[in-house]
Design a protein around this ligand. Sequence first.
Ligand SMILES: Cc1ncc(COP(=O)(O)O)c(C=O)c1O
Length: 418
Amino acid sequence: MSSATEPEVKDPYFQSLFADRIGGANYGKSTEIYKFEKIKRAKRNALAAHPDRQLLDFGIGENDAMADEAVRQVMATEINQPENRGYADNGVIEYKQAAARFMKRHFDVDLDPATQINHCIGSKPAYAMLPACFINPGDVTLMTVPGYPVAGTHTRYYGGDVFRLPLLKENQFLPDLDSVPDDIYRRAKLLVLNYPNSPTGRLATPEFFEKVVALAKEKEFVVVHDAAHILLTFDGKPTSFLETPGAMDVGVEVHSMSKGYDMIGWRMGFVAGHPRIVSAFSDVKDNSDSGQFIATQKAAAAALDDDSIPARIKAKYQRRMEKLVAVLKECGFDCEMPGGTYFLYTPAPKGTESGETFDKAEDATRFLIEQLGVVTVPWDDAGSYLRFSVTYVADSEADEDALMAETKRRLSEAKFTR
Ligand SMILES: Cc1ncc(COP(=O)(O)O)c(C=O)c1O
């Protein structure tokens, strides 16, 4: 028989040794529940209450397909080559050369593969390492919110501060760089941007990038442009920050194989731009990991050389996005086709005609999951928004249409107020 009260768990002797950056002696004791854990719990509740109702899952931020078969074939061959077995260190030249060809073909950007490109094990670790190249205690990284937080987290780890630049509809979801106080610019060493932007789906204009280059030179900070979603550009041709005159003097662009090539789990990307910054990044990286498996790098190089792969992936997500935008509009959501990414960012409803009220997007999300079986991700950083991702699992266009019809039925039933 177990006792009614659980025995108190004693702290390990090292509890007081945890570093302040992860909570110090309080590490592991927080009762705060994070956004994605709340979504998981709401999904569990929804399934328990309605075991026969299909969850319509627009919450997943990952491609739903495997990497292209041709890429998997290259991997299958390369995995058996003895010369690929060892430490890859800062990467093989074949991948860097393929990345340089990719940048030339897609953006007409010239890069020296030996000095201006370095691979990374997916782009996430690059955001963890770039602050190590620049941030001393007291320095500032300018970060857009909502956004991908990794560079900010590591800035804080190094004793730096994050200055948040909200992405607002009235500014076309571009940061207002004129609003940054001069004392912040004096401390700023990094500006992290991301276009096509996750989660807002918006694109940057060439004029905005030109302003960024001019400001970087005037205020003396380094620009890191996150191009993870660049091949999922729906409105016109994809634009690299490095196409901007002078961009190469002020920063780097970080590319990812994850979204545009269905290679999320393969962990490949590259940092490209100013040789001195690429060199600093490769030094930090060399002291952090030993490079991605060479077979993976060679398969990723083959992917970069085949433009039909990202074209097909983009066409699929664009088709799905067009269907989703049409359905959400019919259900009263304020949305338009995003310029890129597989995310649709739309203001969260305020409640329902039957009397529910939602103070935050998070409340709307819980209602959508538990009452309607529709999963979205809330963003409450700069206004209250829901993010719908079109990476749901559907094997055919007919399945997509059936899923859309069901989405429309459930969302119109709820009679949201705005
Ligand atoms: C905006 C953005 N940047 C970077 C990443 C990291 O991608 P990866 O590490 O798979 O290259 C993601 C992944 O979700 C993202 O959405």
